[in-house]
Ligand binder design. Structure first.
Ligand SMILES: NC(=O)c1ccc[n+]([C@@H]2O[C@H](COP(=O)([O-])OP(=O)(O)OC[C@H]3O[C@@H](n4cnc5c(N)ncnc54)[C@H](O)[C@@H]3O)[C@@H](O)[C@H]2O)c1
Length: 276
């Protein structure tokens, strides 16, 4: 179902680890819509993941970059511009990792070194992408930068741990940087708050299966899939959303505006109660 919405556009897609990654689906969707892309991921993910398979499918280069390393990000932007023969039009930030989540360290007993790493990898990296792009003047006017967020930035979800704080910072960066980048270069900056999705990062969160099911039966449209999210990214990179910036956009089948659904009530009435 291609409409060539991104014909002639060029962009960087970060965070494709394997075929479940939201970035993987987004890369394929962008190319199907006519875009030229560069893929990037952390050097370690290049060895562990399957990004080179995706690069073949997308007929594009892979430029490794650790999102916590400014020199890597500069190199990524510069090499991408060399590859494209000029500036780009969009960037997807699809990067998240919490050592506290990974090591099952409770939020109330946090390890602050880990906490700082969570913020650095999952939130400040977004600022790093934006600041480097602006310094190098790497994005065309009316370009679009998107990062992926989660509703734990607004509401508490046990198990999401310090990633909730990282997402709150990231969404704030979209507003603050979006303001400056909009005035300076007419570049727009948004976050998409996506439904829980089965991926490597998603499945690392404790109790993930339960809250995936809970979100699915709370949302009138059900959970948004990674493919749906990829299509939403395409729209945000396209000229059809030229005037959208500094927003956190819920892409969650209606979850964020639902209190309780009749399906949740029916499950509880049926005695399928979660023990307190
Ligand atoms: N899966 C979900 O339920 C869900 C829901 C809402 C938002 N998100 C967000 O979507 C984004 C993509 O995650 P995903 O679910 O596709 O999982 P994923 O595990 O496939 O992607 C996360 C990516 O982050 C990369 N990464 C980690 N540390 C890095 C570093 N230092 N430098 C560069 N890259 C690094 C990983 O290599 C990986 O490719 C994340 O920001 C995540 O928080 C996920």
């Amino acid at each position: 179902m291609s409409h060539q919405l991104l014909k002639g556009k060029k962009g960087i897609i970060s965070g494709a680890l394997d075929e479940r990654s939201i970035a993987w689906k987004t890369a394929l969707a962008c190319v199907a819509e006519g875009a030229e892309i560069v893929l990037t991921n952390a050097p370690i993910a290049m060895r562990m993941g399957k990004i080179n398979e995706l690069a073949k499918l997308c007929n594009c280069p892979v430029i490794p970059a650790d999102a916590t390393n400014i020199a890597d990000i500069e190199n990524l932007m510069q090499k991408s511009m060399e590859h494209f023969g000029g500036k780009m039009d969009f960037i997807l930030h699809s990067i998240g990792m919490s050592p506290n989540v990974r090591k099952s360290i409770a939020y109330t007993n946090t390890n602050y070194e880990n906490f700082l790493k969570t913020l650095d990898i999952s939130a400040l990296s977004f600022h790093r992408f934006l600041q480097t792009a602006m310094k190098l003047d790497a994005i065309n006017e009316w370009g679009s930068v998107v990062a992926l967020s989660y509703i734990a930035a607004q509401r508490t979800f046990p198990g999401y741990n310090d990633m909730a704080d990282a997402k709150a910072v990231m969404e704030s960066i979209a507003r603050s940087f979006g303001y400056s980048y909009g005035f300076a270069k007419k570049v727009r900056v948004n976050t998409i708050s996506q439904s829980p999705t089965v991926t490597t990062a998603g499945s690392g969160v404790s109790g993930f299966d339960v809250f995936l099911h809970y979100a699915d039966i709370t949302s009138p449209l059900g959970n948004a899939s990674a493919e749906d999210c990829a299509n939403y990214c395409v729209m945000l990179f396209s000229d059809y959303t030229r005037m959208v910036t500094m927003q956190n956009l819920f892409h969650d089948g209606g979850f964020s505006n639902t209190g309780v659904s009749h399906l949740i009530v029916e499950e509880i009435m049926a005695g399928n109660k979660v023990e307190e």
